[in-house]
Design a protein around this ligand. Structure first.
Ligand code: NAP
Length: 644
């Protein structure tokens, strides 16, 4: 059982002085709910001392210092009694009490229909996303083989769930280790931008995160640790890349061909295929004249070379997306000269804690106070849940379409612009360059603690916005003809996000390839299943990227449960294959495109965005409430599928 493998709560053995000190690092609203699990007394939910508001990554609820001190004093007494009474937490199961606690924590009414989803996410009820396989004989399960393509976050998750199910499976991973994006992206400064106590599997919390937004090595280590924590290492085949997979209709099986590190190809048979290859995996180099002529060192941000010493070098960075935004501040102090080539300016969102370390007292609370870490997860999740989504819809009657899409978006624009103005001061020239010329929230908004603009204001750093004419042997020539002689060019130019499962050749029924079927418009039912491709389940597939909140781990947990419920249904029905019905798929795509067409991501002020395909159509994003996606993916509806 996964639950048994999650870290158990450690008993409190520390003395009063230690505890009092640890509480100075606590999130006070979270501490208040943990107090209920220690005392069983819910009276504080009606008290005057309470969180006053909620905002993304604000974990103190805007409480005054006096109120926080008062809670700490009360909490110390409650914790002492709990410790001295043998650390017996009070489990709460009444949904109305839980809903009141949720509402208290985030200082707004949480609707009852969100409670079951959030309970699952917080695991107050145990690991509810695990399916029950007992009714299916063990031999039937172990005789069904699944190939998982990719050992990143979704691949590791699939492996954990497949192992619990007792199915036979192999994870094929092209790299030498797990982590996917967190294995490959090793550029300086690379870190997650979803709060880490939420960005980890719901059933595998990590109380030891050293930073609130951890850096790449720690994230990769988390996924690496999961291999042993869940006993799945033996199922991984590293240094092996799936090059093709073909559906054998006669036998209802997939023939999966892999190429190993030595170039040898091998084909094996599988009953089902789970694609866990991610959306942002294949680096995209820009189509700039002369790119191959450069004689210095050139590398993509996702293929960072650790052997390259950039200290004291002249460095050019092309791109100002999420990767460059982290990379530039991390190298700026060490290089001799740095030119950053910007095509579109990014919008940035103030998060002063973006580089903050997790204090030892906060770690202690996570480990020792009952359900503290679970409520803390909720506190991070709720403001990033569905509340923002309506504000991303274009209001056709809004008169200022050239700068915003609705009243809320206009306010967002003002907050973001003020944040940048405060930092840039009276440098009007820089301000002109860094204020985006498209509406806010239309592209990925970046978490900012000020390090980006601080880096750009260094005398040896320059933001160039003229455009690039060509790359020569010596460096970069901009549109004005000015050459920057560079030692290193870094392409922080993103990924082939719209080319799902590329460059693999996936051949479905009737010899149809995914590439032919999709063209430049990849589509999958719920982002997971594809007509003509039986027993293929995509994780983080078309139409599932989140551009308003949530976490891809949440989405993957939904998708994996759905995929496994499909396999479970197959085994229960004694069928060999399932395939989504064309009509179901078509109706879903119409609904999806209809919803997407009203969203900010398609706004005409956006000139370039990886959210759009070449024709400007959005294919990668989800416009759905997390609540709806969770509901729709709880289990497959057999009526949506044709069974063989
Ligand atoms: P990106 O967001 O696609 O940014 C690519 C940058 O390169 C953009 O500034 C783009 O300009 C520029 N560019 C592309 N082609 C160009 C050309 N021909 N000439 C000049 N500039 C060009 O890629 P990314 O920064 O690697 O990020 C991709 C996604 O990965 C992010 O949106 C995010 O989802 C994820 N990511 C997450 C994190 C994190 O969580 N911390 C960190 C890194 C990446 P335009 O804007 O004009 O297209």
């Amino acid at each position: 059982m996964t639950q048994a493998l999650a870290p158990a709560l450690e008993p409190i053995t520390e003395d009063d002085a230690f505890i009092a000190e640890a509480l100075t690092d606590a999130s006070i609203p979270t501490l208040m709910l943990s107090m209920i699990h220690m005392s069983g007394d819910t009276a504080l939910l009606d008290g005057a001392i309470r969180p006053l508001g909620v905002y993304l990554n604000e974990v103190q609820g805007y409480m005054s210092d006096e109120d926080k001190a008062a809670v700490r004093a009360q909490a110390l007494e409650v914790i002492k009694r709990y410790r001295d009474g043998g650390c017996k937490p009070v489990q709460l199961s009444d949904h109305e009490t839980i809903r009141r606690m949720m509402s208290f924590l985030v200082a707004e009414e949480v609707p009852m229909d969100y409670v079951p989803m959030m309970l699952e996410e917080m695991e107050l009820d145990g690991d509810a996303r695990q399916l029950d396989w007992d009714a299916i004989p063990v031999e039937q399960r172990s005789g069904f083989h699944v190939t998982v393509i990719g050992g990143g976050m979704s691949g590791v998750l699939s492996a954990i769930r497949l192992k619990e199910a007792g199915l036979s499976f192999t994870v094929i991973e092209k790299n030498a280790g797990v982590g996917g994006t967190w294995y490959e992206n090793r550029y300086p400064g690379c870190r997650v931008d979803v709060g880490n106590h939420f960005y980890c599997y719901s059933f595998a919390p990590n109380h030891n995160w050293s930073e609130y937004f951890a850096q790449q090595p720690e994230l990769q280590q988390y996924f690496e640790d999961c291999l042993d924590r869940f006993g799945i290492r033996e199922h991984f085949r590293f240094n092996s890349e799936v090059v093709s997979a073909a559906y054998d209709e006669a036998n209802s099986q997939w023939q999966v061909t892999c190429r190993d590190a030595d170039g040898q190809k091998q084909t094996h048979t599988s009953n089902a295929l789970i694609s866990a290859v991610g959306q942002l995996n294949r680096p995209k180099l820009p189509d700039i004249e002369g790119r191959d002529r450069f004689k210095g060192i050139a590398m993509h941000s996702a293929q960072w070379r650790s052997d390259v010493d950039y200290a004291g070098k002249r460095v050019a960075v092309i791109g100002t997306g999420a990767s460059a935004f982290q990379l530039v501040p991390a190298i700026a102090d060490k290089v001799a000269e740095l030119k950053v080539y910007q095509r579109s300016a990014p919008w940035m969102f103030p998060n002063v804690d973006y580089h903050r370390k997790v204090e030892s007292g906060a770690q202690w609370c996570m480990k020792k106070l009952p359900f503290y870490s679970r409520w803390y997860r909720f506190l991070l999740f709720w403001p990033a849940c569905d509340g923002l989504l309506p504000s991303l819809k274009i209001d056709p009657d809004w008169p200022h379409q050239e700068r915003s899409i609705n009243e809320m978006n206009e306010m967002v624009r003002e907050v973001f612009t003020d944040w940048m103005k405060q930092q840039v001061g009276d440098d009007e020239a820089l301000l002109d360059k860094v204020i985006p010329d498209y509406v806010p929230l239309a592209k990925r908004t970046l978490q900012d603690n000020g390090s980006w603009l601080t880096a750009l204001t260094n005398p040896h750093v320059e933001l160039r916005t003229e455009g690039i004419r060509e790359i020569t042997e010596a460096g970069i020539v901009d549109a004005h003809g000015e050459l920057f002689e560079a030692d290193i060019i870094v392409y922080a130019t993103g990924f082939h996000a719209n080319r799902f499962l590329w460059p693999m050749e996936i051949v479905g029924r009737g010899g149809m390839t995914l590439r032919e079927q999709w063209g430049d418009e990849p589509e999958a039912y719920l982002g997971i299943t594809v007509p003509n491709f039986p027993n293929l389940f995509c994780l983080y597939g078309p139409g599932t990227n989140l551009a308003f909140g949530g976490s891809l781990i949440f989405n993957s947990e939904c998708e994996v449960r759905y995929a496994l419920s499909g396999i479970k249904t197959l085994l229960q029905e004694g069928a060999k294959a399932l395939e989504v019905k064309h009509t179901v798929h078509r109706d879903y795509q119409l609904k999806l495109q209809n919803e997407l067409s009203n969203m900010v991501w398609s706004h005409p002020t956006v000139k370039h965005s990886w959210y759009q395909n070449e024709a400007g159509k959005v294919t990668v994003l989800s416009p759905w409430r997390l609540r709806d996606f969770w509901e729709w993916t709880k289990a497959i509806n057999p009526d949506d599928y044709a069974f063989t």
